[in-house]
Design a protein around this ligand. Structure first.
Ligand code: ZN
Length: 341
C-alpha cells in the first residue's frame, strides 16, 4: 500500500437504470432476476470507476442496497416491516417511519455474500465492506420485544458479527461499521456503543473500521449542523474511548468540517480515514485542496496512519459530480505523496 492510501466512505450513486438518481431510498427500477443482474452490473461498474480514479481500498459502492441500515434489516427475522411507526431518530433530529422488532432477532442467511464474492472475484485491490453499526440500527427501529436498547444492540451485534466473519471469509480486507449515531449519544458511546462494536468484531480475521459522521448533505442535516456552533467538539467526548477500543480504523469528516483537526490527536494509535472530500457540496475539490487536508491531518496523525477518504457516503449525489470527486481524491493523495511523502 502507498502512503496515504485512498478509500471512500462506502456508497456511490446508482446508475439511472438501477434506481432513481439523486435520492436516498430511491426505488429500484427493476424487479426479480432483472434487478439482480442490474445490481451485479452496477457493482462491477462501481469497482471499475474506483480503480480508474486511483482508489486503493475499493467498495461495492453499496449498489445492492436501498439504504445503509435497511439493506441489512431486510435479512433479519424478528422484524415486522408491515408494522411501521413514526419515531424521532438521532435524538429527534428527524422523523422516520421505521419497522418494529417483534420477536427474537435471527439472520435469514447471508446478507452481502453475493456482492462481496462478486467484488472479490473482479478486483485485485483491497476490498472494504460496510455494515450499519449496532447503535445506529437500534436508533433507526422500533421495538416491542427487547424493551431495552442495549440488549437489542447486543442482539444486533451478534448478527453483524456472523455477517462480518463471513465477509472476511469471502476475502474482504476491511469491515466497516457505520455509526452516525456516535455523535448524537456521546455518553452512550463509551457506556455501551463500543462494547456493541467489540461484540460485532469478535473473532474477526480482517481489519475493522468505524465511520462516524454528521450525516449526508441532506437538508435536515445541514439545518442541524447550523445549530452546532463554529467548532464541533462532540468527538472530544468519544475519541479517547475509540482510541482505547479494539477497532483498527476510524473514519472522520475533515474537509469543510467544523471538527477541529487537533481532535484527531485523541485517536492516537488508530488508522484514521481522513475525509478529504465534502459530500454536502457539488463543488469539486482540486487535488491541491485534497492534499492540503492531508497535510493538516498529518500534524496530528502519524503519516503512515492516514488513509484519505470521503466525509460520508455519496449515494445521493449526481453521478458525474461523484466521479469528478473520486478523481480529485485519487489525484490529491498522489500529490500529497509527492509533496509530503
Ligand atoms: Zn456518514
Amino acid at each position: 500500500m502507498p502512503l496515504f492510501p485512498t478509500t471512500i466512505a462506502g456508497s456511490l450513486p446508482k446508475p439511472a437504470w438501477l434506481a432513481e438518481p439523486n435520492k436516498l431510498w430511491a426505488p429500484w427500477r427493476l424487479a426479480g432476476a432483472e434487478l439482480e443482474d442490474a445490481k451485479r452490473d452496477a457493482t462491477l461498474l462501481a469497482l471499475k470507476l474506483q480503480e480508474d480514479c486511483g482508489i486503493d481500498v475499493v467498495t461495492d459502492g453499496e449498489q445492492s442496497r436501498q439504504h445503509f441500515v435497511h439493506g441489512f434489516l431486510e435479512f433479519v427475522d424478528g422484524i415486522d416491516f408491515a408494522r411501521k411507526v413514526e419515531i424521532g431518530i438521532r435524538a429527534d433530529r428527524y422523523k422516520a417511519m421505521v419497522p418494529t422488532v417483534t420477536s427474537a432477532l435471527r439472520l435469514k442467511g447471508r446478507v452481502h455474500g453475493r456482492e462481496a464474492q462478486l467484488a472479490r472475484a473482479h478486483t485485485t485491490r483491497k476490498l472494504k465492506f460496510t455494515l450499519p453499526g449496532p447503535m445506529t440500527i437500534v436508533d433507526t427501529i422500533a421495538d416491542t420485544h427487547y424493551g431495552d436498547r442495549v440488549m437489542m444492540a447486543m442482539a444486533f451485534a451478534d448478527l453483524l458479527n456472523a455477517e462480518a466473519r463471513a465477509l472476511a471469509a469471502d476475502g474482504v480486507d476491511v469491515v466497516q461499521f457505520d455509526e452516525p449515531a456516535f455523535n448524537v449519544y456521546m455518553r452512550e458511546v463509551p457506556d455501551w456503543g463500543i462494547a456493541a462494536l467489540h461484540r460485532a468484531i469478535e473473532g474477526l480475521t480482517c481489519a475493522s473500521a468505524v465511520h462516524i459522521c454528521y450525516g449526508y448533505g441532506i437538508k435536515a442535516n445541514i439545518d442541524w449542523k447550523a445549530t452546532l456552533g463554529g467548532e464541533w467538539r462532540q468527538y472530544e467526548a468519544i475519541f479517547p474511548a475509540l482510541a482505547k477500543s479494539r477497532i483498527d480504523q476510524v473514519s472522520v469528516e475533515c474537509r469543510n468540517s467544523h471538527v477541529p483537526m487537533s481532535l484527531l490527536k485523541l485517536l492516537d494509535g488508530k488508522d484514521v480515514q481522513v475525509g478529504v472530500i465534502d459530500v454536502a457540496t457539488d463543488e469539486v475539490e482540486t487535488p491541491e485542496q485534497v492534499a492540503a487536508v492531508i497535510a493538516e491531518a498529518a500534524k496530528y496523525v502519524a503519516k503512515d496512519k492516514i488513509i484519505a477518504g470521503t466525509n460520508c457516503g455519496m449515494a445521493p449525489m449526481r453521478s458525474d459530480i461523484a466521479l469528478a470527486k473520486l478523481a480529485a481524491l485519487g489525484k490529491g493523495a498522489e500529490l500529497a505523496r509527492k509533496k509530503f511523502g
